[in-house]
Design a protein around this ligand. Structure first.
Ligand SMILES: *Cc1c(COP(=O)(O)O)cnc(C)c1O
Length: 391
């Protein structure tokens, strides 16, 4: 199907679909590790790339390709490479595009495992990273070195929902000949399209909203053909490939992404507004609230505030844990992007392994809670939080 002129919700349902000889309506799951050739000559032509087609599922698989095409259509990207997890998407991106001696400038407010990958593991291989403020564009310029190859950010950030100015940071990257990669996990292409704002690469943890029901892990790297070629070559060689089963789950997840993101956003805004009115809440962090420091930028760059809300309760860790331990419906887990609302205490879970000083510098206080608002009734979510808040 030519998908050029369709709107996102239509692309999410139809883009990428290729039917087999059986003409199935719902996309087929091709659970096969390899593909059969008609002849020795065809096998040879496939292997040297003279004839397009599948060879082995580490390289390509029809179900995975359908997912890649659908996500690429939604992000407006020339090419998508699906990976086994969000972290392996970041790994494939960097291993494809960087070499020893290169330098990364990254936002300080990125996923904990990404900080570890850049700051510890890549360092062993001679790739250094400078971590800078997510919101201060001049800090990105100041951190550039002659060997800077990659800018990396995540917006809104986890857990404080800081919003980075993608267009402004993309302009700095371009000026210095670096590529900008944006982890678009929190917004998905339904709420934010980084390539249109000047980014070169998009990273996804499909584990979150793209699945949307907390079932399987996966990820993706997207960008122009030239940028993506070495990323694909790394994946094909090193093998952090997405399974056909997980790709099929994501294909089905994408079909409801628009209505889910709209519903997550509406619920999150209602919960954030309600939290702001609670006497035992010191502060609420949500890009959709006028009180958010980058509210104006967020509303220009994203369609809604998204589904993640953080808030600081009065009374430190004890009060924060009381809210968690008084819930009956909300899940105490660090995952996000699920239909089920999840609640986490970043200081003792996702951000427990960084030093107390680094935590304080990042604004992750002992009273901070992060809620990934699900699709339950808002009043039920509020009642569940109120129990501990009002104790
Ligand atoms: C979860 C997450 C990742 C890592 O994804 P996995 O699928 O768990 O490997 C990367 N970035 C962000 C923003 C995430 O939330």
């Amino acid at each position: 199907m030519s998908t050029q002129s369709y709107k996102p919700e239509t692309l999410a349902v139809h883009a990428g679909t290729v039917r087999s000889q059986f003409n199935e309506h719902s996309e087929a799951m091709f659970l096969t590790s390899s593909f059969v050739f008609d002849s020795a000559a065809q096998a040879a032509a496939r292997f040297i790339g003279e004839e397009p087609g599948n060879i082995y599922s580490r390289f390509t698989n029809p179900t995975v390709t359908m997912f890649e095409e659908r996500l690429a259509a939604l992000e407006g990207a020339e090419q998508c490479v699906a990976t086994a997890s969000g972290m392996s998407a970041i790994l494939a991106c960097c291993m494809g595009l960087l070499k020893s001696g290169d330098h990364i400038v990254a936002s300080r407010s990125i996923f904990g495992a990404t900080v570890n990958l850049f700051g510890t593991i890549f360092k062993r291989f001679g790739v250094e990273t400078t971590f800078v403020s997510a919101t201060d564009v001049s800090a990105w310029s100041a951190a550039v070195r002659p060997n800077t190859r990659l800018f990396f950010l995540e917006t809104p950030s986890n857990p404080l929902t800081e919003v980075s100015d993608i267009a402004a940071i993309a302009a700095v990257a371009k000026k210095h000949g670096a590529l900008l990669a944006v982890d678009n996990c929190f917004c998905t292409p339904i709420l934010q399209r980084p390539l249109e704002l000047g980014a070169d690469i998009i990273i996804h943890s499909a584990t979150k909203y793209i699945d949307g029901q907390g079932r399987v892990l996966g990820g993706a790297v997207l960008g122009g053909k030239k940028v993506m070629e070495p990323v694909y070559q790394f994946l094909r060689t090193a093998g952090p490939t997405l399974s056909a089963f997980n790709a099929w789950v994501f294909l089905k997840g994408l079909e409801t992404l628009k209505i889910r993101m709209d519903a997550h956003s509406a619920n999150a805004l209602a919960v954030a507004q309600w939290l702001e009115a609670q006497p035992n809440v010191a502060r609420v962090f949500y890009p959709g609230l006028p009180s958010h420091p980058q509210h104006v930028l967020a509303m220009k760059q994203q369609k809604t505030g998204g589904g993640i809300v953080s808030f600081e309760v009065k009374g430190g860790r004890e009060a924060a844990w009381r809210v968690i331990d008084s819930t009956r419906m909300v899940s105490i887990t660090a995952n996000l992007g699920d239909t089920k609302t999840t609640l986490t205490h970043p200081a003792t879970t996702t951000h427990a392994r960084i030093t107390p000083e680094a935590r304080a510098a990042a604004g992750i206080t002992e009273g901070l809670l992060r809620i990934a608002v699900g699709l339950e009734a808002v009043s039920d979510i509020q009642d569940d939080l109120a129990r501990g808040l009002n104790k």
